[in-house]
Design a protein around this ligand. Sequence first.
Ligand code: SAH
Length: 251
Amino acid sequence: MVKKIKKNQIIFTATILIMIVVSLTNISLISCKNIEKNTYEIDKYTELRNNMVDYQITARGITDKKVIETMRKVPRHEFVDQYLKDSAYADRPLSIGMGQTISQPYIVALMTESLELTGNERVLEIGTGSGYQAAVLSEIVKEVYTVEIITYLHQKSNKILSSYSNVATSNHDGYYGWEEYAPFDRIIVTAAPDHIPQPLVEQLTDEGIMVLPVGPPGWNQVLWKLEKKDGKVITTKITDVVFVPLTREIK
Ligand code: SAH
């Protein structure tokens, strides 16, 4: 009788041990697969990002090392919806919802380079959108202040921008800049007004630079570089562009 109980105990313990070994093997196989998948995804996006920089940015004449390094680093695919992740490094703007777009990578690089950043600046961005341009700036400068008029986009971009400690965001009409933190060494506007907003010119420091598209909705817009020197304003044309319009209603 005692022997039988012992035999049963041995069989029971052995069964439990086998079950533990089998489940541990499965768990480690599953986690290996996950690691493999994640590594593959990281490699895939790093490769796409490096190709973007090589074929769209340096090939078109961007030479600022800080801009180039940053664009190799910031994960653009994390600023778009899941269904667009594989297109995030394509040579075009992409939808971010609410009829708005994240600018083409080359335009982000061109505007950032045109700001002539040294690293110590406080920068105001009008048009947070996805948050990508703000993230690129935050890697280069001291502080970024970014304003978005559409509440949904403001809240959505806040989630990802909260991991960038030198970025402050606000949900208001950026036509008026951000008085509370003015003046700014640099201002970048990523939606096109039909004239240069005077409050933005006023919130730019002397020796400051502003880069902005100006023109009617959808066509005939020009990207301008505006420099303030001894109270005077000098504007230089950078190139022709197409941006979403700077709107005036809070949605
Ligand atoms: N810089 C963004 C691209 C923005 S698209 C990025 O990296 O993704 C232009 C953005 O400007 C849109 O999100 C639009 O809602 C916003 N916008 C338009 N008019 C505005 C205004 N008056 N004030 C602030 N944001 C504005």
